[in-house]
Design a protein around this ligand. Structure first.
Ligand code: SF4
Ligand code: SF4
Length: 53
């Protein structure tokens, strides 16, 4: 998965949704670390719809 940072509001709601703990806040942006298996949990929960494959 990727985060479209032009839409992301850095609300951090997605952080807890990742069962692998791969979503982190880094400065003023969100990053997805190595190892994402595209389970889709973060995509379902993002209110901005900015997490994409
Ligand atoms: S839930 Fe969506 S809008 Fe909120 S920080 Fe995560 S990617 Fe950004
Ligand atoms: S798709 Fe699943 S594993 Fe990948 S970042 Fe989102 S919640 Fe985590």
């Amino acid at each position: 998965m990727k985060i479209n940072m032009s839409e992301c509001g850095v609300c951090e709601i997605c952080v807890e949704s990742c069962p692998l703990g791969l979503i982190k806040k880094k400065g003023f942006k969100m990053v997805i670390l190595e190892g994402c298996d595209n389970c889709g949990e973060c995509q379902k929960i993002c209110p901005m719809g900015c997490i994409i494959k």
